[in-house]
Design a protein around this ligand. Sequence first.
Ligand code: GLA
Length: 390
Amino acid sequence: MNSESVPGGLEVLRERVNRAFETLYGGEPSFVVAAPGRVNLIGEHTDYNDGFVLPAAIDRHVVIGARARADRQVHLYAADFAARAEFSLNDVHPDPAQTWSNYERGVAWVLQEEGYGLQGMDAVIAGDVPVASGLSSSAAVEVATAYAFQVLGDLDLDGVKRALLCQKAENEFVGMRCGIMDQYIISLGKRGHALLIDCRSLEYRLVPIPSGCIIIVCDTKKRRGLVDSEYNTRRRECEVGAKALGIAALRDITPEEFEARQSILSGVTRKRCRHVVTEDQRVLDAVQALESGDQGRFGQLMNASHISLRDDYEVSCRELDVMVQAAWKHEGVLGARMTGAGFGGCTVNLVTRGAEEGFQRQVAQEYMEQTGLIPEIYICAAEDGVRLLA
Ligand code: GLA
């Protein structure tokens, strides 16, 4: 069990990248980019329904050190897997033997599809965002890669466009039909804040994290690959529901209207839609609660979100439920829920400042007793989105 401090940290990551760069390519990278992971406070499985989400970028990162090449080759070294990959910008396709590199390849592919002129590069990648744990390490790789190409080629690409293109790379190149949330927050996050994102208009509002609250992430250590999961099925179920209700997306119906019309939907579709429709409302209520200083109400909405994800959307699992229930018992907890796509990974907890140590001890203890797994529990600060390291 790790506590408080971020293992690794940005400086350590940069050191690792620089050392590997020197060994492999000689000399130093000409710049180093850092893209954060993310945690979603509330608004799960709403982004691909044109709805609302409230994520924050966190102080765990994917770091890329890069230098231009004179040719059209991209040379990659993933320090965390001790693996190398190479491809030519003249012929970018997925590599089934080195699936980790498909995120970088996908970004190169999409940028060129959109007409951006790219330059070859030597690059080293390292990170301390846990992989396949629901904190968006893959989106961080995509956004960091896009930013590196942007710096190299001086590309005109704003934060929203960058997010949209990275999402397209993941949808069409990697084959995972994710929404916009992860790439958006990683592209545009702000230190000390969560972002209320309207996933239809793609506008956002900054929501300060109250100083009396701490965000704690609990990693169940139960891993589950997103593409293998039932994510794409859930997405289809939502589309079926919206069509039957005669609306463009589940965003377009209030909980009251849904209540009145839900009987036209079949059992499973009805449950899936009910989650999304009520979750959108919870996000808006939660932002209002936070902005009016009612952190207790915010926490209750987080708890309700977990129950809805567990019972109606059915994307939780035993480990997530045990972790959340252990958190709910702790008196310093305002709210706790699973975060991200589900089926394993992490929970997010809003904890009263001062209660964090007791929380870590008690929740870890109870989780270990009930599951036999050793969790990782750490305090997160809300960070800026992708940036160049000075
Ligand atoms: C994954 C996807 C996001 C979002 C969440 C669930 O993280 O990448 O787009 O749909 O799951 O809220």
